[in-house]
Write a protein that binds this ligand. Structure first.
Ligand code: PLP
Length: 422
């Protein structure tokens, strides 16, 4: 790296700070993360200097099929050359085909799809659909949950710090501890429109519920006539070893929220897939809930190809296999450095490394970055480093990550007492 490159990067961080977010620019600077992304392929992101990073952040779940998957990029080009945006007057073929494919691939009798542009929008839609279908207003959500940052999605999320400046939010939301069926049973009655839950809490710190949690929530919802909303924005499309994480439990939700990897790392798209009973709001008014860009042909054609790649390249199976290998390697490291790693947990390639103090996590992320591995915190739990590499990552790349993580831990071990000091 020559001086001009470093100056250029610092200048761009300044510009980010002055035009976008001064406080975040300070965080980048503090962590020494001042590289500028340029291109990527598979599990590797390349910066403007040509430095290659193995990406274990995976765009927070966006890059499951890898960076710029050739088939997905080709599908985008094809659609760009015919019709990227919809007239919204005539029928839109890619949207219909994507909805049919989702009906085939999702479990049970999930039938209809509504398309939008992000995870938060998918959650907004699911909450509205459940209220209209049941004629009830109360939503039960879980502490530590993350469902997005628009007002409705924020209202059902589970961390006070992100809610506080915007109060009052949507009324009639009750939050209970995640994984605790009894806590749900205590508040579930005939006023409840829906229970919204992530099959594995992502931003909450990669938290897996007990095996019987989702089946018992399903039973409780059936008994009270409430809907079960599965938020699979982060867990969906192969991440946990099944196409949808809810499949591990055999449960069929009334509404399933998708986004992130549905766009194949190429376009933004969100979707809600629902049982027919959840589509009641459209009966009298087919335009009761709409989105101008939702279901645009470009996004839908790309998502169709992303699903085809996910199924044909057996990415869920790959996530399971490589996830087991990665988890074993990480657990070995946690045994070698118990002072620095308190727990390793996850399913498939959705993995969390819990550290004893946020300072350890920050130092570890910075050390990994210096060794050209990208990792990030979970948003609602700063003591957990999330490892969610593209599912196309190779076994050799995962070994390299383990070696570099080992070297980072060895280095931090020297200063562990300082990092752990309150
Ligand atoms: N739901 C879950 C489970 C998520 O993890 C996220 C984002 O991380 C969202 C919803 C919100 O998605 P978006 O950022 O696309 O609005």
């Amino acid at each position: 790296m020559n001086r001009t490159d470093a100056d250029n990067r610092q200048a761009l961080t300044e510009r980010f700070g002055s035009a976008i977010n001064p406080a975040l620019a300070r965080v980048f600077r503090f962590m020494g993360i001042e590289a500028v992304e340029s291109t990527g392929s598979g599990a590797v992101l390349v910066d403007e200097d040509g430095t290659e990073y193995i990406d274990c952040a995976g765009g927070y779940g966006v890059f499951s099929q890898g960076y710029r998957h050739p088939r997905i990029i080709a599908a985008a080009h094809r659609q760009l050359d015919s019709l990227p945006m919809s007239s919204r007057v005539l029928l839109n073929r890619p949207m219909i085909e994507l909805a049919e494919r989702l009906r085939e691939l999702t479990p049970g009798d999930l039938q209809y799809s509504f398309f939008c542009n992000s995870g938060a929008e998918a959650v907004e839609a699911a909450v509205k659909f459940s209220r209209a279908a049941t004629g009830r207003s109360r939503i039960i959500s879980t502490l530590g949950a993350f469902h997005g940052k628009t007002l409705g999605a924020l209202s059902v999320s589970g961390r006070d710090a992100y809610q506080k400046p915007f109060l009052p939010l949507l009324p009639d939301v009750v939050r209970v501890p995640f994984g605790d069926v009894r806590a749900v049973a205590e508040v579930l009655d005939s006023s409840v429109a829906a229970v919204i839950v992530e099959p594995i809490q992502g931003e909450g710190g990669i938290i897996l519920p007990p095996d019987d949690y989702l089946p018992r929530l399903r039973e409780l919802c059936d008994a009270s006539g409430s809907m079960l909303i599965a938020d699979e924005v982060q867990t969906g499309i192969g991440r946990t070893g099944r196409l949808f994480a809810i499949e591990h439990s055999g449960v069929i939700p009334d509404l399933l929220c998708l986004a992130k990897a549905l766009g194949g790392g190429v376009v933004p798209i969100g979707a809600v897939v629902g049982r027919s009973a959840a589509w009641k709001l459209f009966e009298d008014r087919p335009l009761m809930h709409t989105s101008t860009f939702g279901g645009n042909p470009l996004a839908c054609a790309v998502a169709l190809e992303a699903l085809a790649v996910t199924v044909q390249e057996k990415l869920p199976e790959r996530a399971q296999l490589l996830g087991d290998q990665f988890l074993a390697g990480l657990r070995a490291l946690s045994q070698r450095y118990p002072k620095l790693i308190s727990e390793v947990r996850g399913r498939g390639l959705m993995i969390g490394v819990e550290v004893p103090a946020p300072g350890v996590g920050g130092a570890l992320i910075a050390e990994l970055f210096r060794r050209q591995v990208l990792a990030v915190y979970t948003l609602n739990n700063e003591r957990v480093i999330r490892l969610m590499p593209p599912l196309v990552i190779t076994s050799e790349q995962l070994d390299t990550v383990l070696q570099r993580l080992g070297a980072a831990l060895a280095q931090l071990y020297e200063v562990a007492d300082d990092l752990l000091a309150p």
